[in-house]
Write a protein that binds this ligand. Structure first.
Ligand code: BDR
Ligand code: CA
Length: 311
């Protein structure tokens, strides 16, 4: 069976790290490249973190550095959730410097799309790199099969009362990506907060015994403790959703919608405005909005992927 070829743009990040560890072992997926963007922590950490996770996975994916700041706004981070290093203080070796890629993320993304027909782009951080790529290379709009993102929320927010972090961190970038016309799958908080792992589920992944499985559990441990204190049942592994959707869409329920990003409002800055339940629909409705997940299937899929690492 032909594999789904993907490029992953991420801001590693505890749940980005967890996503990479799982994505690497998804049989139906072929990762052709990885790029890092500033987000959860500065690029100076997200880029080496992406390389550290590849090294941990013993994977030779090319890793590219992208934008160190949002398109126009002041940078924000989420270090209080991911730790100042982005990996919850989990120390991992950084591979030697001889394999450093020199192209910027957006150029590398475009080259990959020229090489691989129907390339899918998975973005789990602020959309700065993707927006730059689409602006610099308009041909990319036709080249990409779709863009799957962790970002946004139809209802509620986590950075503000109505905006999700990845979109709020660079709303202008997000707005231009939603407006580009590339078919999109939006995995916002509506679905990602349902994609959680309980303490017991995280422990059973750690008990698989491989260095990769232990790291998966370790990076998610501090965010887990935080959400348990707030009365949540488990830690949402937000960034896994678009990666899983790319190859296992049957795990999700979703609806087609028009979605645009608020870039001017003082209260609703960074809100992904969706027309799902509106009488007035947007003319352009090219976004598939994931809203539900088969959590049992999600936990099994993650466990199965993580069980493939050798102890
Ligand atoms: C998103 O923001 C980051 O904190 C996570 O890595 C995830 O991509 C959740 O709002
Ligand atoms: Ca992320």
């Amino acid at each position: 069976m032909a594999k789904t070829r993907v490029w992953i743009d991420c801001d590693v990040g505890a749940d980005d790290a967890a996503m990479l560890l799982v994505a690497h072992k998804l049989e139906a997926m072929e990762i052709v490249g990885i790029s890092a963007v500033a987000g959860n922590v500065p690029l100076a950490a997200t880029y080496p973190n992406a390389r550290k996770i590849c090294h941990l996975m013993q994977a030779e994916y090319p890793v590219y550095a992208g934008a160190a700041r949002p398109l126009v706004r002041k940078q924000i981070t989420a270090a209080h959730i991911h730790g100042s290093d982005g990996l919850s203080g989990v120390e991992l070796p950084l591979p030697g410097r001889e394999k450093l890629e020199t192209l910027p993320a957006w150029d590398a993304m475009y080259q990959a799309a020229l090489t691989h027909d129907n390339l899918e782009l998975i973005a789990t951080g602020p959309l700065t790199n993707v927006a730059i790529a689409l602006a610099k290379y308009p041909a990319l709009i036709q080249k990409l099969r779709r863009i799957l993102i962790m970002g946004g929320a139809v209802v509620g927010g986590n950075r503000t009362s109505c905006a999700e972090f990845n979109i709020y961190a660079d709303p202008e970038a997000a707005e231009s990506v939603f407006r580009s016309g590339v078919p999109m799958v939006m995995c916002g908080l509506d679905v990602t907060q349902k994609a959680y792992l309980t303490k017991a589920e995280l422990e059973s992944i750690a008990a698989l015994g491989s260095a990769q499985a232990k790291t998966f559990a370790a990076v998610l441990q501090p965010p887990l403790e935080r959400v348990l204190q707030d009365g949540w049942p488990g830690v949402p592994v937000h960034d896994l959703c678009p990666a899983l959707y790319a190859v296992y869409p049957a795990l999700f329920t979703a609806r087609q919608a028009g979605v645009f990003v608020e870039t001017e409002g003082s209260v609703a800055l960074g809100k992904t405005v969706a027309d799902l339940d509106s009488d007035k629909k947007f003319a352009d409705r090219h976004v598939t909005v994931a809203l539900g997940i088969d959590r049992k299937g999600f936990v099994e899929t993650v466990g199965k992927a993580m069980g493939k690492y050798r102890t």
